[in-house]
Design a binder for this molecule. Structure first.
Ligand code: RIB
Ligand code: CA
Length: 325
């Protein structure tokens, strides 16, 4: 069965690979791309999403701009990881495809109302602001969402933006609270699993070997993206977070986890955005998410590389410049 999805994203090199994987996979029907402020401000994430779709030759797909700041508090961005553009590592032309006039939150609500109940999966790859706002504005959509498969949070791996919090949840813990309290089926791809999916030299070489502009741009993004985490963690390669959301839709068998209760810390300055995951079931609180902890990382990269190879010939970009930034 083809799964209808909406990708909500803050590109972000790793977001770009998640979008490309979805485009290359017949198991998935991408209804639209909604963008949110996160890695970089909204004016850049909406631009970057359009660049990625043009790069893949899919200007037929609609891109929507969503929330420019979290439901509460200031926006925190991550240019130190993704570069000033959010897609540093390869230079692509300014997108010519239009941005839709409809707000991303309204597109999410309207799509869920229009599509058969239980037929659409939401795939958030950034802060949960658009999803939390949609659920707050139209609570009845919760029963119409098939599932939410998101990248965010962490437990045994700690945090990546603070010692306690992962970036996507940290940026908007209020929105995350709405999502995890919604009753919607949630599959969570936390740092505990994404840190096991690293872009080694050999894996980047396989993607560069796809050839032409596609291989050069894709490898350029990975070369840039991994430099921060290599320096931080002292390991070869960096974790490729967001494509795990899409890979789970296609090959859930390569992942493993446990139904848990997950609550979000919103009050403490020290632990704001922490996902309090009851892995050992000591709280008695009801399960509200499947917490993914294990992955066959070789199978993941085989899937990603094989699917990207399907797009390699379709790239609309003829002469990119790959800058290491
Ligand atoms: O913490 C990793 C997450 O934050 C990824 O989604 C990355 O793109 C950034 O948004
Ligand atoms: Ca992201």
């Amino acid at each position: 069965m083809v799964e209808k999805i909406i990708i909500d994203t803050d590109p972000g090199q790793d977001d770009a690979f998640a979008i490309l994987l979805a485009l290359a996979s017949p198991e998935i029907e991408l209804l639209g791309v909604t963008t949110v402020a996160g890695n970089v401000p909204l004016n850049l994430t909406q631009r970057n999403a359009r660049q990625v779709l043009e790069f893949a030759g899919r200007t037929d797909l609609p891109v929507y701009a969503g929330c420019a700041k979290p439901m509460a508090g200031p926006l925190v961005t991550a240019e130190h990881v993704h570069g000033a553009t959010g897609l540093d590592g390869a230079e692509l032309p300014e997108p010519s495809m239009p941005l839709q006039d409809t707000h991303a939150v309204d597109f999410i609500i309207e799509t869920l109302r229009r599509q058969p109940a239980g037929s659409v999966t939401l795939c958030p790859l950034g802060p949960l602001t658009n999803i939390g706002t949609a659920l707050s504005k139209a609570p009845e959509i919760a029963s119409r969402i098939r599932r939410i498969v998101l990248m965010g949070g962490g437990l045994f791996e700690g945090g990546n933006i603070t010692p306690a919090a992962e970036f996507n949840i940290f940026v908007d813990p209020q929105a995350a609270t709405v999502v995890f309290a919604s009753g919607v089926r949630i599959v969570m791809m936390p740092l505990d699993v994404t840190h096991k999916v690293r872009t080694t030299r050999a894996r980047v070489a396989r993607i560069r070997a796809l050839g032409g502009s596609f291989g050069a741009v894709a490898a350029g993004w990975l070369d840039y993206f991994e430099r921060f985490d290599e320096a931080k963690y002292g390991l070869e390669g960096g974790p490729l977070h967001d494509p795990n959301v899409i890979a789970y839709l296609i090959r859930p068998d390569i992942y493993g986890g446990r139904e848990c209760n997950v609550e979000i810390e919103t009050e403490s300055e020290l632990t704001k955005g922490m996902t309090v995951v009851d892995w050992w079931g000591v709280s008695g609180r009801p399960h509200n998410a499947l917490f993914i902890r294990d992955v066959d990382d070789e199978a993941f990269f085989d899937l990603l590389t094989e699917r990207l190879a399907r797009l390699a010939g379709a790239s609309a970009i003829t002469s990119p410049k790959t800058a290491r930034g």
